[in-house]
Ligand binder design. Structure first.
Ligand SMILES: [Ca+2]
Length: 200
């Protein structure tokens, strides 16, 4: 049993290293990009922040006007004002993310995709639209939450040329499940998208 646990821990470690160094090689630069001077770099920083459970890096990656726009099936009252929300803001994103970081033993996130073009809904031409696939594995003490979804990140720079994630737009839930549950009082099963992680 302990041997199996050791192997599992080793695999998780290797996966995490692979994800967090996916764009690096010997002597190459890689995330965290400080400061991120390109849109793709701030998205790589987000992935790195999740893999290393670095809430400060998540915070500095998000624009102050950040919105996490939800699939209609995930609309709910997240801030408790009695009104159904179609998105949540930076404050709630950080609160949910930190809760996940604190509860998890380890996290593996892989954000893949390379597309990048001006966002058609921003007439200033400043912001870029990056389509990505986000795979997320959160290893809790007694369960593992897995999610895979298509996401559009809208990124924009400040006056100094530092990029931020302005909008996180959920596009499609490909996979969402809880596996390896061993106790009935563990974390709640997945309900929808990243809520699994945000809500635990
Ligand atoms: Ca609300």
């Amino acid at each position: 049993m302990s041997g199996r646990r050791t192997l599992t821990a080793l695999l998780i470690t290797l996966l995490t290293i692979a994800a967090c160094s996916s764009s690096t090689g010997p002597g190459a630069q890689g995330p965290p990009w400080i400061p991120p001077d390109s849109a793709y770099k701030v998205v790589e920083n987000l992935e790195y922040a999740w893999c290393t459970q670095d809430i400060e890096l998540v915070a500095t990656s998000l624009d102050d006007a950040f919105e996490h726009r939800l699939l209609e099936e995930d609309w709910d009252d997240y801030n408790g004002d009695g009104i159904i929300d179609t998105y949540w803001d930076k404050y709630l994103e950080l609160e949910f993310t930190e809760g996940t970081f604190n509860a998890a033993d380890s996290i593996y996130m892989d954000i893949s995709g390379t597309s990048e073009w001006p966002w058609s809904e921003d007439s200033s031409g400043q912001s870029l639209e990056l389509q990505r696939s986000v795979y997320l594995e959160v290893h809790y003490p007694d369960t593992v939450g897995i999610s895979s979804e298509a996401v559009v990140f809208i990124c924009r720079p400040n006056q100094d040329g530092t990029w931020f994630i302005w909008l996180w737009i959920d596009q499609l839930e490909v996979l969402d499940e809880n596996v390896c549950r061993t106790t009935p009082t563990g974390h709640p099963p997945a309900s929808a998208g990243l809520q699994l992680f945000h809500g635990s």
